[in-house]
Design a protein around this ligand. Structure first.
Ligand code: DHB
Length: 337
């Protein structure tokens, strides 16, 4: 019942996934132990690794993550084991189903070009490690680095240079790249922004640069949580500022999924991320237009059992409403005439 189909823009690559669920990059996916728990977890068809850099990074000082009933705040600062670790890890999971996604978040365009170049080379050599890449354009926690997704001109030239690596390789080999390529976007709040970003993406695609999916949304950047008792911030980096996740961001997440589905849904698929805590939230993300569902804060709270709970809740809702499969739900949100 929960099977979902995802495909590349040119329909050359297709996956039928047992269910739409994947962890949100950053959550529960930095170490081998955590990745193993995800990869063997029922109702979690796909796994994405912690956004990585070319080399190991320790990240920001602790405490750097906090959650309460409705929200989370983090300023992790990209702690990760380096790209080679994640590629080697996925290489050991050869026979697993679903998407194995590496999230890229280099400190510079050069970093990302190096990492993507290595991944693409491996893919053309038919090494089995991963089948998808998510390029993170939206980390809000790096001091001195703005979020690329908020700088439309830079984002455009950045994507030209980065995605040309794939286009060039395809031209050189006369073969299509077998990786699904996606972008993780920050939340947008203005109708003009949605259109401008959609135009940047359409432009890339018109010039033959691959973008197969969007992940909407990353945490809402630079919120501030204050504890009344201690009269203090709750995380240490950046004076307490950090990316906000959890239930309170669901309306913003749904709006971003919906808008990009309206603007680009005929060209690519969307991973809905933000505020999924139960089957109803998952159902709403599907209605808005998500083909896959990514869980972050609730995964941090509950651990990987969360996927089965939410999966069963989603199945119950679909049965009650008479739906037989997810495709009948995706994008079918009604508006009031
Ligand atoms: C981090 C946070 C993010 O929201 C993200 O997309 C990437 C990295 C971090 O602070 O580690």
């Amino acid at each position: 019942m929960l099977k979902t189909n995802v495909k590349s823009t040119d329909e050359n690559i297709q996956y039928s996934l047992d269910n739409p669920f994947v962890n949100a990059s950053g959550c529960y996916c930095r170490t081998k132990d955590k990745l193993n728990q995800l990869i063997t977890s029922p109702y979690c068809s796909s796994v994405i690794s912690k956004t990585c850099t070319p080399n190991h990074r320790i990240g920001n000082p602790e405490p750097r993550y906090h959650h309460d009933e409705n929200m989370s705040i983090n300023s992790m600062g990209l702690p990760n084991l380096g790209i080679d670790f994640y590629l080697a890890y996925f290489n050991t999971c050869e026979n697993t189903q679903g998407l194995k996604i590496v999230s890229l978040g280099g400190m510079s365009l050069n970093d990302n070009m190096t990492m993507l170049g290595a991944i693409v080379d491996r893919s053309f050599k038919k090494l089995p490690d991963i089948n998808a890449v998510e390029i993170n354009l939206s980390c809000p926690n790096l001091v001195g680095h703005g979020q690329l997704g908020y700088n439309i001109n830079n984002m455009n030239t950045y994507l030209i240079k980065l995605l040309n690596i794939i286009a060039r390789k395809e031209l050189e080999t006369q073969e299509k790249c077998k990786l699904l390529i996606g972008l993780k976007l920050p939340p947008y709040f203005d109708m003009c922004q949605f259109e401008q970003i959609a135009n940047v993406i359409k432009d890339q695609m018109n010039y033959g640069r691959r973008i197969d999916f969007l992940t909407c949304i990353n945490s809402i950047g630079n919120g501030l949580v204050i504890d009344t008792d201690s009269e203090s911030v709750v995380i240490k980096p950046k004076g307490g500022f950090g990316g906000i996740g959890g239930s309170i961001i669901k309306p913003t997440a749904l709006a971003n999924v919906r808008k990009f589905y309206e603007l680009l849904g005929d060209k690519l698929f969307i991973i809905g991320c933000g505020g999924i805590t139960n089957g109803e939230d998952a159902f709403q993300h599907l209605l808005a237009g998500a083909s896959m569902l990514s869980i972050g804060t609730q995964l941090m709270k509950e651990g990987p059992d969360v996927f089965k709970r939410i999966g069963l809740e989603l199945e119950t809702i679909m049965k009650q409403k008479g739906y037989k499969n997810i495709n009948e739900v995706i994008g079918k949100l009604k508006i009031i005439p």
